[in-house]
Design a protein. Structure first.
Length: 232
């Protein structure tokens, strides 16, 4: 069993899963409570699920991109638990997880991609393209930081869009008149600690574990510093 932590967005969540299913999860979608709620949520999760910390084989954490503060809190908590227990830590990309949350909605065709879109700074979004596969989506593009106005030229259709950044595209009409685009409801494909744990279990089984000494949140800073480059 893997214990997963999700704090990359307004969601603060912890969950337990194996590589097949989510066993238990606690989740809040309230801004700015991560520092207060995360440790208590983990304690409650273990108590209510009847799972002892010694039974957890590894920890998994959403590593970004996402909120600077949220990612720092999640990673610090996950590292602390991994160091204290001597158990491995698995890093799960947040865009990968968002694509994984959308598996049940994805179109059953190799021609379609699932495109997670997450809020970044004002007027900007994080995005990537994935092939929707079980048990884990397959990346088919790099993760990028885009201006909202650049999204339609970057997008390759047909695509299913998901994540909290979709509303930023809808408000200015970026998605108007785009054919072969499906919008997955945000409430139907939410991030959570259980999802991070399940994807972490898949990576752990494949031997993909992080170096605790060097692991840092993924902010995509290389896209944010200096003149904007035309996305390819």
């Amino acid at each position: 069993m893997i214990l997963g932590i999700e704090t990359a967005t307004s969601i603060c969540s912890a969950g337990i899963a194996d590589n097949e299913k989510v066993i238990a999860e606690i989740r809040f979608d309230i801004k700015n409570i991560h520092a207060e709620a995360l440790s208590e949520s983990i304690e409650q999760l273990l108590r209510l699920s009847g799972v002892a910390l010694k039974d957890i084989e590894a920890f998994a954490v959403s590593i970004g991109p996402g909120s600077f503060t949220g990612l720092r809190i999640g990673l610090a908590t996950a590292k602390g638990m991994a160091f204290a227990s001597g158990k491995p830590l698995v890093a799960v990309g947040t865009l990968l997880a968002q694509a994984g949350a959308s598996n049940q909605w994805s179109v059953n065709s190799d021609q379609w991609s699932v495109v997670p879109v997450m809020k970044a700074r004002a007027g900007e979004i994080y995005a990537a393209r994935f092939q929707s596969t079980w048990p884990m989506p397959i990346p088919i593009s790099d993760e990028v930081l885009l201006a909202v106005a650049d999204f339609s030229s970057w997008l390759q259709k047909p695509a299913a869009l998901c994540g909290n950044g979709v509303a930023m595209l809808q408000a200015p009409g970026v998605l108007e008149n785009l054919s072969d685009v499906i919008i997955i409801p945000e409430a139907a494909a939410m991030l959570g600690g259980g999802l991070i744990a399940r994807l972490g279990a898949v990576k752990f089984a494949a031997g993909d574990v992080a170096d605790l000494a060097t692991l840092e949140p993924r902010y995509l800073q290389e896209f944010a510093i200096g003149p904007r480059k035309t996305p390819v």
